[in-house]
Ligand binder design. Structure first.
Ligand code: G3P
Ligand code: CA
Length: 331
């Protein structure tokens, strides 16, 4: 008991000193997988569109290749967002895997990034995941490494520094870290090495040229990162997480990223999630706003009013122009 009391005494909640982690006037707008409501997700063109629309951050999800490069894809399965199943030269790499994810064990048959070299991934073309979204840009754009994303953002920000406009940030998610570590991919160190090479592995460096936030559904991955960098950390939460654990998370991370169903209850009324998080010095970044799949069935303007009423500090939006428009016009 004494040990527990001492532990609780020495664990104090964090509050990131990164100024870019907060926007005092409106929620941060995080372009989820780029502006993926319009352009195939996680392509340079989806990120460019998001930047043009005024998003504060773009949001790459990362998975490894077999030659230890981090590429941008929502999951290591490549089938949903590329033309891999149309490329006979890769048919021998099709396999079945059971991958433990935050949603449970997923058994899938297909092609997986960790079985491909970067050269092979670069032969793939991106396609739109959702059939009801525009398909006209399928198979035009290639797959990206995290290095390519960061170098593009740094280039954008060199111009923004001259213009005096706010810097574009990168809000990076490591996918299925425990699983990839079990396969020999130290994805946390792989990412930190890439950031370090660009001198953006700390708040000080990132604030100058490329604001970085790190996110994960796996607390252990964030703890590992937090032992090596002071960059802001956000713990992603799904429905079913226990609210009173929030004070525990606050020892390790600067924010939480709840699904909207933790912010709004089954009657679509606001829960006390945001208040509890704020009492623990945690920023709240809610996912995911989608024009073509509105949560609670809210009308478009109502959606953004409800988001503002909730006092969340950021939103992941797949149509980031709408967040920017409504947050600018409703306030
Ligand atoms: O990272 C926030 C949100 O993107 C989590 O969901 O599955 O789209 O990465 P997912
Ligand atoms: Ca994500």
């Amino acid at each position: 008991m004494l040990v527990l009391l001492l532990f609780m005494h020495f664990c104090t909640s964090r509050k990131s000193p990164a100024r870019y982690f907060y926007n005092g006037n409106r929620p941060l707008v995080i372009a989820h997988r780029g502006a993926c409501g319009y352009i195939p997700e996680h392509t340079l063109q989806a990120y460019e569109t998001a930047a043009y629309m005024g998003a504060d951050f773009i949001e790459p999800d990362l998975v490894p290749t077999k030659d230890f490069k981090l590429v941008v894809n929502h999951e290591s399965l490549l089938d949903q967002t590329t033309n891999v199943n149309e490329m006979p030269q890769f048919s021998y790499l099709q396999t079945t895997k059971s991958i433990p994810t935050y949603e449970g064990i997923l058994t899938q048959t297909g092609w997986f990034s960790e079985d491909f070299s970067l050269d092979q991934i670069k032969q793939l073309k991106a396609k739109q995941r959702i059939r009801t979204r525009p398909q006209g840009m399928n198979l035009y754009f290639g797959k990206l490494t995290i290095e390519e994303v960061l170098d593009w953002v740094i280039g954008v920000n060199k111009i923004r520094l001259i213009e005096g406009t706010p810097l574009l940030g990168v809000y990076i998610e490591l996918k299925d870290s425990a699983y990839f570590n079990s396969l020999g991919f130290n994805v946390e160190d792989m990412l930190l090495d890439v950031l370090k090479d660009r001198k953006i592995d700390s708040i000080e460096g990132a604030s100058m040229i490329c604001p970085i936030i790190l996110q994960s559904f796996e607390l252990q991955s964030l703890i590992t990162l937090g032992n090596k960098t002071d960059l802001p950390l956000v713990y992603l939460l799904e429905e079913g997480y226990i609210l009173h654990n929030i004070s525990y998370y606050a020892n390790f991370v600067d924010g939480v990223g709840p699904g909207f169903n933790l912010i709004f209850d089954e009657k679509c009324s606001l829960t006390d999630f945001v208040d509890i998080a704020h009492e623990n010095n945690l920023a709240v970044h809610m996912w995911v706003v989608k024009k073509d799949k509105p949560f609670c069935g809210f009308e478009q303007e109502e959606t953004y009013k409800k988001i503002l009423d909730s006092h969340v500090d950021g939103v992941f939006d797949e149509f980031p122009d709408l967040s920017i428009y409504y947050f600018t016009h409703i306030i």
